[in-house]
Design a protein around this ligand. Structure first.
Ligand code: TMP
Length: 220
């Protein structure tokens, strides 16, 4: 029996995490076994690496190369410890970011050679790839405003990524669009500028297409 694997991608403040939670809730209400994951994270080791990757003090001098490797160390652990066993049990996995984020952030954002980024990703994930990657797209100014609003509301300090300049986030957004264009059969681009309800309806329709057409036990 094989389950389903859907990743949620996009820049900061695009609303993907909210939509992931809503989709999980709806699928569970229909009796499906759903697991919510996030990257970097999702395992004990991965959550520790997440702290190191996100904190500003002590990790400030991290090189882009070290960042790429740590992201993919967390990913390699998640794939083997959680994703593969859960797929084998027939669960539906919803992952807040996956390897496309390394292409967009470390490749396009940090401007590492994409050939190396792909090589590291291939080693980390092997054949374990999402059937569907949802890319949530919003204008850059909306991303900045939502991020600032969240920080204000939650009293959070911006993390090591959130303090990057506009140029970095422009490259990441451009990267995501280019990556999606390279893999059109895997990606669904979602205009995330609408209301939560509007976006939720589009996400539901996209997820259902994967889950129904390939059904549990299918080729997915
Ligand atoms: P978030 O889960 O709060 O979005 O934070 C994760 C941060 O890590 C976000 O800024 C994107 C970044 N990231 C990468 O740079 N590369 C990756 O491969 C992943 C998964 C995340």
């Amino acid at each position: 029996m094989s389950g389903h694997f859907i990743s949620f991608e996009g820049t900061e403040g695009c609303g993907k995490s909210t939509q992931l939670g809503l989709l999980a809730e709806r699928l569970r209400s229909l009796g499906r076994e759903v697991r919510e994951l996030r990257e970097p994270g999702g395992t004990v080791l991965g959550e520790e690496l997440r702290q190191i990757l996100k904190r500003r003090s002590g990790s400030g001098g991290m090189t882009p190369e070290a960042e790429l490797l740590l992201m993919n160390a967390a990913r390699a652990q998640l794939v083997r410890e959680v994703i593969r066993p859960a797929l084998a049990r027939g669960e539906i996995l919803l992952c807040d970011r996956f390897y496309h984020s390394s292409l967009a952030y470390q490749g396009w954002g940090r401007q590492l050679d994409l050939k190396w980024v792909r090589t590291v990703i291939d080693f980390a994930v092997g054949e374990t790839r999402p059937e569907l990657a949802l890319l949530f797209v919003i204008p850059p100014e909306v991303s900045v405003a939502r991020r600032q609003e969240r920080e204000r509301r939650q009293g959070l300090e911006p993390d090591r990524f959130e303090v990057e300049d506009d140029g970095f986030f422009r490259r990441v957004a451009e990267g995501f669009r280019a990556i999606a264009a390279e893999e059109p059969s895997r990606f669904r681009i979602i205009d995330a500028g609408g209301t939560v309800e509007q976006v939720r309806a589009v996400v539901w329709e996209a997820a259902l297409a994967v889950i129904q057409t390939r059904g549990p036990g299918g080729s997915g």
